[in-house]
Write a protein that binds this ligand. Structure first.
Ligand code: ASP
Ligand code: MG
Length: 420
């Protein structure tokens, strides 16, 4: 008998009929002879609703972190109770627990707490008694007994952590898409569902802005080697298995194309090219806790150079102001910024052993007349920054250039995929 952890996202438990549907699915997996732990999100939109209430009562000031977590954790408490009632109605023994009741021990960083330990004892006892165990996602409790939350989308992390603690055979993440795709089907309708992808690739995709899974959940799954599967709650299908690289198995050159609209670019023109200049430019930015992603420094001409870097768009104004204030001291001629950019990235463990990926990528973009502004690479990824207006054209060109289009010419229908 295998132990399976199933996580259902907000849209899968958005209404009573959907909760009843989840109950039937969990019951069916149970009757097939598996032990089941179900982890739930709050009903779709509920966490946002609670968050808005907190800001309203705080008159838009930051609400107290401890009380905010107390509030936000209630969304999941509603769905676990309802699902357990629905299971009982079907005649299936079940029991639900909040994070604190399980004792999912976390640190005390409210709204982004990390899991330190899980007390799996009574969950194991329930499973032995044949019960389905239902656990509230997204939450834990710190040493002092305060309720904590794990960050938006954190139910994924709860599910993976429970799967690791209980030694589950698989952690299944049910959502409203039927798997992980070669790219966003809303941009490329011929995008293809992947049968499998490695933890490493998934981690790159998540950090590049693909929102199928919470990044921390993928990190956790990779670290504890928990096989993860993304599946649709509404359609039958194998979904996408996220797992480790199998030795000797031929990996595809490129598994997917990610894009990210969340960055902005800053350029400092005509700075004296001397040792320490990069540190001087980026020092104030990092001191202000602003993350820098890509960095490019030009070769210098007559002792002057240009320096460009990207930051998250939400931190752009602050970074620009800081850099402008600082420019005079640096002796720079001019500072300017650009928010109309997009980062396109190829991801694939197969590119590790192939040198020709970059040139194929650049040729495909050039053929469409797309100018590349910045480039960065890692072992399994190549990213370029281009003008935002080329997002669709560029992604489609790359999808074609690396043969990712669905061979059967199937086009994916999507209606606002679930995020969070
Ligand atoms: N309900 C939380 C959120 O909306 C956690 C989750 O859904 O995973 O972010
Ligand atoms: Mg989610």
């Amino acid at each position: 008998m295998a132990l399976i952890v199933q996580k259902y996202g907000g849209s899968s438990v958005a209404t009573v009929p959907r909760i009843e549907h989840v109950a039937r699915k969990a019951a069916a997996t149970r009757s097939a002879g598996n032990d089941i732990v179900v982890v739930l999100s709050a009903m779709k939109g509920e966490t946002d609703r609670l968050l808005a209430l907190a800001y309203e009562v705080s008159h838009s000031q930051c609400p107290a972190p401890r009380e905010l977590d107390m509030l936000l954790s209630t969304g999941e408490q509603v769905t676990i109770a309802l699902l357990t009632m629905a299971l009982e109605r079907l005649g299936v023994a079940a029991r639900c627990y909040t994070g604190a009741q399980v004792r999912i021990l976390t640190d005390s960083s409210h709204s982004k707490a990390r899991i330190l330990d899980i007390d799996e004892e009574h969950l194991v006892e329930d499973l032995k008694l044949g019960r389905i165990v239902v656990v509230a996602g997204f939450q834990g409790v710190d040493e002092t007994g305060a309720i904590t939350t794990l960050g938006r989308g954190g139910s994924d992390t709860t599910a993976v952590a429970l799967a690791a603690a209980l030694g589950a055979g698989e952690c299944q993440i049910f959502t409203d898409v039927d798997g992980v795709y070669t790219t966003d089907p809303r941009v490329v309708p011929t995008a293809r569902r992947l049968d499998r992808i490695t933890f490493e690739e998934m981690l790159e995709m998540a950090s590049l802005g693909s929102k199928v899974l919470q990044i921390r959940a993928v990190e956790f799954a990779g670290k504890y080697q928990v096989p993860l599967r993304v599946l649709s709650s509404f359609e039958e299908g194998p979904g996408t298995l996220i797992t480790y690289e199998v030795e000797g198995m031929e990996e595809p050159l490129i598994s997917s194309i990610a894009f990210n609209r969340d960055e902005a670019k800053l350029t400092i023109l005509g700075v004296p090219d001397r040792p320490g200049i990069a540190a001087q430019i980026l020092g104030p930015v990092s001191a202000a806790n602003i993350n820098v992603d890509m960095i490019v420094q030009n070769i210098s001409k007559e002792g002057l150079t240009d320096f460009t870097f990207t930051v998250h768009r939400s931190e752009y104004e602050r970074a620009l102001e800081l850099t402008q204030k600082h420019a005079q001291e640096l002796g720079a001629r001019e500072v300017f910024g650009d928010t109309d950019i997009v980062k396109l990235s190829l991801v694939g463990v197969g590119m590790r052993s192939h040198a020709a990926v970059a040139s194929r990528m650049f040729t495909a973009l050039a053929d469409e007349g797309i100018n590349i502004q910045m480039i960065s690479t890692s072992e399994i990824k190549i990213s370029v920054v281009v003008d935002e207006k080329y997002l669709e054209l560029g992604t489609r060109a790359l999808h074609r250039a690396f043969d990712l289009d669905d061979k059967d010419g199937r086009r994916v229908k999507v209606e606002g995929a679930e995020v969070g």
